[in-house]
Structures are given as C-alpha cells and as structure tokens.
Design a binder for this molecule. Structure first.
Ligand code: ASP
Length: 435
C-alpha cells in the first residue's frame, strides 16, 4: 500500500468496508461482530479527528489573526468571507428549489407508502423535533448572545461550541495585534509552534484514515435500513445528489475563473478531505484535514485558511442548505401541498439561516430542517419520510459543505493576494511514515 496515493488508499478502505459490511449483514450474528469488533475503530478514528478540532481552531486562528498585523486587513477579509459564504449558500438553495420543482420527486410517493413511513419512522424523528424545539424556544437575538461565551474553558468542552471558540480566538488575536510587538512575540511564537504540532498530528491520524473509513463504512452498511425504502425515495435522493453534483461543478468553475487553478488540480488536492467528509458525515471532524490540504497542497496562506475554514466549517453549509430546500418541498409534495412562489422564496431565506445554524456534525441538517418546515407550514411528520435515506445524503452533503469552504478560502486568498504556489511536487509525501 506504500506507493498508492492517499485518496486511493482511502477509497480502497471504503470499498472493503462496504464489501465486509454486505457480507456480514448476510451472516448470522455478523452485524453484532461488526458492531463489537470493527465499529469501535471507526469511532476511535473520528474521535481522534474531533479531538484536535478545538485546539486547531484556537491555535490556527490566533496565529492567523495575529499575522495579519492590522485590524483593517482582518475586517476586509472577514467581510469578503461572510459575503461569499452567504452568496454560495443562496445559490445552493436556489439550485435545490429549481431541481425539486422540475423533478417533482414527492409526487411519486403513493399515499400508502407515506402512511407506512410516517408510522414506521415517526418515533425516530421525535428526537430531532425535540432538539429543534429547544432551539426554537429562544428570542431572535439568541444566536448573537450564544456567540459570546461566559467561560472559554466551558466552551472548549464541546465541539458544538465552535463559534464561541472562533469568537475567543479572533478576539485574542486582535488583542495580540494591539499590544507592543516585543511583548506579543512570545505568545505568537507559542501558538505558531502549537499550530505546527497539531498539523503534524493530522498527518499522523491520516496514516490511519484507510482503516478508519473501512470500519466506519462496514458499520454503516450493517446498520442501514432495507433497500426497499431506498427505492421509494429514489427520486428524492436523486434530486439532492444531482443538486450536490451541480454545486461541485459550480465550485470548480468559481475556482477556475477566479484563481485559474484547474478542476483536476482542485479535486485532486481536496480528495482526501472529501472522502473523509463522506465517511464521517462531519465537517468539524474533517476540518483538520481540510486545513492541511488547503494550506500545504493548494497554497492558500495559513493566515487566510486558518480564518476562513473554521468559520466555513461552522456557518457555510451549501450542501445542507440545498438538501433542506429539496427536502422541504419534497415533503410538501408528498403531502399534496402546493407551495406558492412567495413561500418558496421564504424557503431560500430560512434554509440559508438554518444551514448557518446547523452544527457541523452528522444529522444536524435534519434538526434544522424542522425550522424550515415550520416556516412553510409543512407537516413535521414528513421528517419520517426522508429519515431512511438521510445518512447517505448527509454523507454527500458534507462533501459539498467541505468543498465549498475550500473553494471560498481560495477566492478570499486570491482577493487579498495570499494564494501561493501549490505544492504538487510531493503530493502525498506528508503522509508517508518517517516524514
Ligand atoms: N453533516 C453535515 C456537516 O457536518 C451537516 C448536516 O447537513 O447534517 O457538514
């Protein structure tokens, strides 16, 4: 396996995972064997990635902001980042809406399938509805209040609080810029060294990536629901996947037009992060690898990547917003509702907000979908309809979320003249043992 490029190793791991999963699902007691003896390794792999997410954001952002040396550069970059993120999200939702209105996947769901699914999956969706309800019981400015933590150590205890960590890190970085250089030097050097260590840890974890994704996919296959359901939801799933594919093409065009980097270059550089996003369904878990690919392989300078990517992982979810738009209209169609043009425009706004609010963890998009449904007056019971295929779609939309962040980081880097030469020479060397 030594000479093979990393993305091939990961792909092979995924393939073996699926094969082993299918075989074990058909053997008596096979499911339990996978759950007891293979799944834990997948969990260990994801945990080790999540383990470094918060230290990485902290160190990378503090170093990144401090490197900017003046506040006006920070606000310029911040403004461009947020605006580009919002534009790509609105485009994603719009693509989703156009497709779902053309394909009309909900119309192919018969009334009996609908009733059966609501009956079978109704219970499973209670958890999502309860979680969404918790989030709804707050005022309109709660998101802003939540941004500012009372205690940074408490925030650092959960990966869900990434925005609070980002807030602290940017604030700390600003403080660092404003104090005399000789006093800040030691702090800056400390965080910069810390950052290097974390990136080296990413390299080490990635050595285990092929085995980690093997375990994750084998467990996913033995635990997945029956194929019949997938068939009933085929058109819906296809609509989402088609939309997501269009988004990938769109990013490649953006990257090419603004940075002149070819699609083959961009996709090759990003493939390990994309495969990981697919296997883990979590932008947060993938963040360390996205960061490493974008800086070390694409050439985005660290001060841009360490600012744009952690923010993107938390607020920019184009795949999620596209999926929420398609899912909302699909459910409405399945329940025989006709949504007016005005309501659909409202879906653009709510899905954009909902994707910003979605945590970068598996299934988060579905929780926030409850809000979109509520806005458009679509029955929440409809969540049960899409539940069966949510995980595979979550895997696909996470790939788009991660790719979108990377593309935007390149555009922002280009606009502030921080897109360096790509490191194509030793494309995979970083991951070889002893390096
Ligand atoms: N799993 C997605 C992510 O981490 C969020 C979602 O759509 O559920 O990016």
């Amino acid at each position: 396996m030594k000479k093979l490029a990393l993305h091939w190793k990961i792909l092979l791991g995924m393939l073996f995972g699926v094969i082993v999963g299918v075989i074990m699902a058909n053997i008596d007691g096979g499911k339990e064997i996978v759950q007891d003896w293979i799944k834990p390794f997948g969990k260990i792999f994801i945990n080790s990635l999540k383990l470094i997410a918060i230290p990485l954001i902290l160190a990378a952002l503090i170093t990144g902001v401090a490197d900017l040396k003046d506040i006006s550069k920070l606000s310029k970059m911040g403004g461009r980042t947020i605006v580009t993120y919002i534009i790509t999200t609105v485009i994603a939702v719009s693509i989703g809406l156009v497709l779902v209105n053309i394909i009309n996947p909900g119309k192919s769901i018969t009334e009996s399938t609908r009733t059966e699914m609501v009956k079978n999956y109704g219970d499973n969706t209670t958890k999502y509805k309860a979680e969404a309800k918790n989030q709804k019981q707050t005022g309109p400015l709660q998101a802003l209040v939540d941004l500012v933590p009372q205690n940074i150590f408490k925030s650092a205890t959960s990966n869900r609080n990434m925005l609070q960590i980002i807030f602290f890190a940017v604030f700390f970085g600003i403080g660092l810029i404003l104090i005399p250089e000789e006093k800040g030097k030691i702090v800056k050097e400390f965080f910069s060294g810390f950052n290097e260590v974390i990136l080296k840890m990413v390299d080490l974890i990635m050595l285990a990536a092929p085995y980690g994704v093997f375990a994750l996919l084998a467990a996913l296959v033995v635990e997945s629901p029956s194929l019949d359901l997938f068939k009933a939801l085929g058109w819906y799933a296809l609509t989402v996947v088609l939309g997501l594919m269009i988004m990938i093409v769109f990013y490649n065009m953006l990257v090419f037009v603004f940075t002149k980097r070819k699609p083959s270059f961009f996709m090759k550089a990003m493939s390990p992060a994309q495969l990981l996003a697919f296997s883990t369904s979590s932008s947060a878990a993938t963040l360390p690898v996205t960061m490493e690919r974008v800086t070390e392989h694409i050439g985005v300078e660290e001060e841009v990547a360490s600012f744009v990517l952690p923010i993107g992982a938390t607020i920019n979810m184009d795949g999620t917003s596209l999926y929420q738009a398609v899912a909302a209209v699909f459910i409405a169609q399945a329940f025989g509702m006709d949504l007016t043009f005005g309501t659909q425009l409202g879906i653009i706004a709510t899905a954009t907000m909902a994707s910003i609010g979605s945590a970068a963890v598996p299934g988060a998009g579905m929780v926030m979908l409850v809000g979109v449904l509520g806005y458009a007056g679509i029955p929440e019971a409809g969540l049960a309809l899409i539940f069966a295929v949510d995980r595979p779609l979550d895997m696909c939309r996470t790939v788009v979320n991660v790719t979108g962040d990377a593309a935007v980081s390149m555009l922002v880097a280009k606009s502030v003249d921080k897109l360096g030469e790509p490191n194509v020479k030793n494309w995979d060397d970083n991951y070889e043992e002893g390096n």
